[in-house]
Design a protein around this ligand. Structure first.
Ligand SMILES: *Cc1c(COP(=O)(O)O)cnc(C)c1O
Length: 350
């Protein structure tokens, strides 16, 4: 027997969405990736960084990703000391737990939302408490004073789709004795976001990512915005070379091309609204979504049956066996053409 820590031995480990090896033969709507390529400026910047013989790769990257902090700071209106870059926002979610929740201490989040928070807590040996949602999309039974060390709020909520109103999040920030982390992975697809709360509350952290809206899931670039004291703590914990050279070049170029981002997001929102209406017209329940996905359930509330039917037609969506979610599916928004094919398949499956 290897001398594993008990919490590692007993945990199951996170299972990410399926990435099929023969990807070109699928319509892939299961992990909320962007159907459009990244900005052409990103490709250019990566090739420039690489150079003719790749010799730039001999040298370690800038350890603090300083230019990225400056570009993100300029974009969001914060001093760079309020920003940290991460190897995907998953990295910074992990480091927030390591910074704020010791073994045996509690973290909390909404179920359903992003269950990876729970996995990260298990690795740390922290305790996990989850809260449900009410019918009017508020957190059920959230205490007047929540004493957990970190509370993660996914807004817009994934997999369901709605955002929480800023005034409500503002109130939650007051009720949290520990840190309130707003996972705004899908903010660029939404009508509003809660970034301003970082300035208003010292315990609020906002995380963003370039994976979804900027079409860069494969580059692994995320960030957090918080008070400089929080950023300084996270800087002590992260891998010192957490973003490679190509990711750093890609990130600066992507953040500077806001026109491209806006057009991409506009198209996805337009397709999302069209697809929502079409699904409703064939009897599906669809929760109004602020993200690049929607949660939909068929008239017989058998999400698995429809998932299997789509799978047989090489259309991959996400089905969760959790009893709260098994009646539906989370469907990422692809191109208009992909969604037309998906709709035709759904009509065939019935
Ligand atoms: C995709 C996703 C992430 C992870 O983003 P990366 O930046 O790719 O690590 C985090 N939170 C939620 C809710 C997500 O859907």
């Amino acid at each position: 027997m290897i001398p594993l820590r008990q919490n590692i031995a007993s945990m199951k480990g996170y299972i990410p969405g399926y990435q099929p090896p023969d990807i070109a033969s699928w319509i892939k709507l299961n992990t909320n990736e962007n159907p459009y390529p990244p900005s052409p400026a990103v490709v250019k910047a990566i090739l420039e960084e690489l150079g003719p013989d790749g010799s730039a790769l001999r040298i370690y990257p800038n350890a603090s990703s300083q230019k990225l902090r400056e570009a993100a700071g300029e974009l969001y209106g914060f001093d760079p000391s309020w920003i940290i870059m991460a190897n995907g926002s998953d990295e910074v979610l992990n480091n927030l737990i390591r910074a704020f929740a010791a073994e045996g201490e509690e973290i909390g989040y909404v179920h359903p939302s992003y269950s990876y928070y729970g996995t990260l807590a298990e690795v740390q040996g922290a305790r996990v408490r989850t809260f449900g949602l009410t019918d009017d999309f508020r957190i059920a039974g959230f205490p007047d004073r929540y004493e957990g060390k970190v509370f993660f709020l996914t807004t817009p909520n994934a997999p369901l789709g709605p955002s929480f109103p800023v005034e409500y999040i503002d109130e939650l920030a007051r009720r949290c004795a520990g840190m309130l982390v707003l996972d705004e992975t899908y903010a660029e697809f939404a009508e509003s976001n809660a970034l301003e709360l970082v300035r208003r509350h010292e315990n609020v952290v906002v995380t963003r990512t370039l994976s979804k809206s900027y079409s860069l899931a494969g580059m692994r670039i995320g960030l957090a915005i918080a008070r400089p004291e929080v950023i300084a703590a996270l800087d002590k914990i992260r891998d010192h070379y957490n973003l490679d050279r190509l990711a750093q070049a890609a990130c600066v170029a992507a953040l500077r091309d806001q026109a491209y981002l806006a057009e991409c997001c506009r198209r996805i929102r337009e397709t999302r609204e069209w697809f929502t209406a079409e699904l409703r017209s064939i009897g599906y329940d669809v929760i109004p979504s602020q993200g690049n996905y929607l949660f939909a359930s068929p008239p017989d509330h058998d999400g698995k049956r429809v998932y299997d039917g789509l799978y047989a037609r090489k259309i991959l969506v996400r089905h969760f066996s959790d009893p709260l979610l098994a009646h539906g599916m989370r469907i990422s928004i692809g191109t208009r053409e992909e969604m037309e094919k998906t709709l035709a398949a759904l009509k065939e499956i019935g």
